[in-house]
Design a protein around this ligand. Sequence first.
Ligand code: FAD
Length: 621
Amino acid sequence: MEYPDRFDVIVIGGGHAGTEAALASARMGCQTLLLTHNIETLGQMSCNPAIGGIGKSHLVKEIDALGGAMGLATDLGGIQFRVLNARKGPAVRATRAQADRVRYKAAVRGLLENQANLTIFQQAAGDLLVDDDTVRGVVTETGIRFLAEAVVLCTGTFLGGVIHIGLDQSRGGRAGDPPSNALAERLRALPFRVDRLKTGTPPRLDAKSVDFSQLEEQPGDTPTPVMSYLGRRDMHPRQVSCHIAHTNERTHEIIFANLDRSPMYSGVIEGVGPRYCPSIEDKVHRFADKASHQIFIEPEGLDTHELYPNGISTSLPFDVQLQVVRSIKGLENAHITRPGYAIEYDFFDPRDLKHSLETKFIHNLFFAGQINGTTGYEEAGAQGLLAGLNAARRAKELEAWWPRRDEAYLGVLVDDLITLGTKEPYRMFTSRAEYRLLLREDNADLRLTEAGRELDLVDDTRWAAFSQKREAIERESARLKASWVQPGTAPAEAIAARTGKPLSREYSLLDLLKRPELGYVDVAHLAGEPVDDEAVAEQVQIQAKYQGYIDRQQDEIDKLKRHEATPLPTDLDYARVEGLSHEIRQKLAEARPETLAQASRISGVTPAAVSILLIHLKKRR
Ligand code: FAD
């Protein structure tokens, strides 16, 4: 049958990409259908119940700055929050939250069900309606036809999914869920480049069988960080600790002795796995000289005894998994509640996509999430938001929108994927961004919320909160700039006591704040009233301290923009360009970019390297 209502946008798949895509499209006023296998698994975390971390929290905050759900769901479901790299510079600081799997999922579902213009329907999509190289709608596996202007495909690991536990295989999208084989076959018949990747998950443990006295406790941070710009601590459920355990030589011996029973090492799995999230057999094999690996023992939620041992993802047979777990101090009597497994799945070469995430071959069809070769909820959510908003813009006959590399990690992610493709599951790192100092997790709202408002993604509540914060930052920075401390006064003595150096002349509070040994709390009260909003104070402090570096980075961006179109001669001998590292020379020689802009987008080619190229070109003339 043909469904009587026509939609502007259909999103297939209710995982992390699909939920952000559907919400974005609906927020923009488009009639949106979210078609997914199972309403109970909306927002389900297939693997680790945690959101954020290095590079990833930047994406969560960007999704949040554009009105998305992931940050708020994390604040509603997070049971342990920490800021990683807290002692390092703000560019690499990253918030990470352990989430209660059930509460997180419930929060996502709540946001979806309360979103205007959004209809949810539970059924598997089996086919796409394609006519004249343009997608027109979707047919479910039971034959219901839904028509729409644009379709966003977010089917995760489900396309042609094969689960491996030891040498046993079964078909599945993830444990307990069916694969999407009909759709996978249909997509393989379209002109996309398809390949296989794999990922894995560890066995889960019963906390009642774990001896926590043998493990190191890791509490969350106090005060507890929040993830969303609209988040508040009182949204968080009860907070709990994680624990740390270690593998040992015995663990490694067991793994080595059973490698022939691993589908990875016996050649059964062909897909490439995530280099940065390897299985324990991979780690032990690759780092054979390491006597121990850390394992984070993380709670799966507040109402369950299940634990997630982060660091022992495996596809070894169950009997070996049990031996591995029980060889670890504190886990000698551990009971495994669910075996670990690996999954192989189809992904599409993201070089067949445009920056908007629309496919190059089928108009109005967008791909987002794990099917583009990425791994991680955050990477999926960020792409979902971008694909959803562009599908909505297509339905409204508006131009596509995407952020540049110097505006957002989302810009880096998409640009990396569509220009370079990927041979292994792609995850975000701060090192992938050339302009890390500009792209901090603390300023994602300042970078993107205004654009989000123009795109109709940001509602009145968020816009009001953001505008208020932005004005407060400007007001407070201006106040510090206009407030002076004179030598010989009580405030000057307070500064001398803090720094060990008397003030030689008059200083503004803003100049004092630039000193590395002084923070906002040290200077803001010395004249007038400090603000009591932590986020405002943090922003004023970061902007003051890093302004010099930030300005320099901005200059670099401006300079590069002026030279973006500069052609690189086809016969350029990169080996003779002085100052380039061997690795960069090799990459450039292989890729032979046509312009400086293209060169700058090759991963590992730094802005400094581009400047060297520019100087070299000038010398050649
Ligand atoms: P998913 O979250 O997989 O969501 C896909 C959704 O689409 C599901 O709701 C599904 O039901 C629905 N769907 C699929 N096909 C259809 C269809 N035909 N019709 C209707 N609905 C459909 N990431 C890490 O960062 N680190 C890890 O260690 C890690 N390990 C993982 C281990 C396993 C076993 C798995 C399965 C995933 C792992 N991931 C890991 C990846 C992480 O789960 C994904 O990156 C993330 O969930 C991708 O989000 P997504 O929205 O693209 O897809």
